[in-house]
Write a protein that binds this ligand. Sequence first.
Ligand code: ADP
Length: 294
Amino acid sequence: MSSILSIENIKKSYHVVQALKGVSFEVPKGSVFGVLGPNGSGKTTLLGILLDVLKADSGQFEWIGYPNDFTARKNIGSLLETPNFYHYMTAKDNLILTAHIKERGLEDVDRVLQQVNLYERRDSKFSTFSLGMKQRLAIAGALLGKPDILVLDEPTNGLDPVGISEIRDLIRSLNQEGITVIMASHLLDEVEKVCTHVAILKQGVLLSSGPVSHVSNDEEWIELSASNKQTLANALTNNPLVKSIRVEELIHIVLQPNASIEGINTYCMQQGIVLNHIQKRKRSLESKFMEMTK
Ligand code: ADP
C-alpha cells in the first residue's frame, strides 16, 4: 500500500503542556487509520495540525500524490467539531447551506445524502433526526466536494449503540468506495472493529503504529499445565520448539516460528507428561493498549 500521508517528528506545545512530543508515522492510501489514545493524548491536536487549523512547533507532514497543498486540502473532508445545523430546517436545506459556506458544489447535495443513506429523509427537519442520523448528516457535509480523504475526530462520541453502529457501518462503506479515513478514537474496541491501521498515542508520544492485525497480533503464547509443573518446566526449558518460557501459576511459552501447539503436545506426551491444560493466547489490542497506556 502506498502512503497518502507522511508525518515526521511533529511537536506541539501549549505553553507548558507538550501535547505532541515528536510524532512520526505514515498513513497508507485506502486505509481506515485510527489515531488511538486516551483523552489528552494529543489526538485532536494532531488532527488540527493535519487540517491546518493549528500550526506545529516543528516537524512536517505531507499529503502524498497531490501536486500542491491546495489540491490536497480540496480533497480532504473533515469533521473536527459537531457542525451547527439548524433544527427547523430540513436535512437537504442544511446541506445546501453548508455547501454555500464551504463553497462546494450544490450538485453534490443529493449524492452525499445518498452516500450516508439519508436521501429518503432529505425533506425531514433536522430536529426529527436521531443522534446517529445527525452525525451521518454531519459526515455528509464533510463529503461535499467528493474528497478522497476524510478526517474525523471521535465520530461516535456521545452516540447511542444504534448510532454508533450506523456510523461504523458508514465509515466502512465509505472506505470501500475508496475513501481513506483518518479517525481519532479513545475506544480500542472501535479501532479493532473499524480500522485497518492504527497509531497509538500516549501523552503526545507515539507508542506503536501499523496494521491493526500486526499491532494486536504480534504476541502469541501458549499456557500449559501438568500435575507436576516442575517436570513440565524442565522439559520445555532449552527446548528447540520453545523460544521463551515463563513459569507462573501456569507455564507460559512462546513457540519458535516453525513449532506448533500440536508439536508441543506430542512432545510432552512422548516425554510421559500428560498436560491438563493447553491453550493458545493472543495479546489483544486491548491488553496491549492497557499495558501501554497505564
Ligand atoms: P485528545 O484529543 O487526545 O484528548 P488533545 O489534543 O485535545 O488530546 O490535548 C492534548 C493535550 O494538550 C492535553 O493535555 C490538553 O489539555 C492540552 N491542550 C489541548 N488544547 C489546548 C489548548 N488550547 N490550550 C492548552 N492546552 C491544550
